[in-house]
Write a protein of this length. Sequence first.
Length: 119
Amino acid sequence: MTRTRSAPVGTAAIDRRRAKITAEIAALGPPLPGSLVARQTRCGNPGCRCHADPPQLHGPYLSWTRKVANKTVTRTLTQDQADQLQPLLDNARRLRELITELEALALHHVEHNPALPQP
C-alpha cells in the first residue's frame, strides 16, 4: 500500500498546536492507569435468582483493574472510592490522547521535512 502525502501544514500551525497540547498536559491532574468496571455476576447456588429466567444478577460490583509488573491487579471499590478515582482515570485517558496527537504531529513534521529520513 502506498501512502499519499497530505498537504503540508505550516510549521507555525504545528508549533501552535504542540504548544497547546503541552499546556494541556501541564494542566492535567495526576493520571491513574487502569480502568473502572461495574461487574454483575452469578453465584454458585442453583436456586438463586441469578440462575432464574430471566436472570437477576448480583451486583454491580465496582472494580479498578490495572497492570503492575506485567500482571493484572484488581481491587474492589465502594461507590465513593470509584467516584474519587474516576477523575484520575479520566486524566490518564486524556493524557494518552494528547500523546497520540503529539506523535501524529511529529510524524507529520518528519514526512514533510526533506532533510529527515522518510518513515
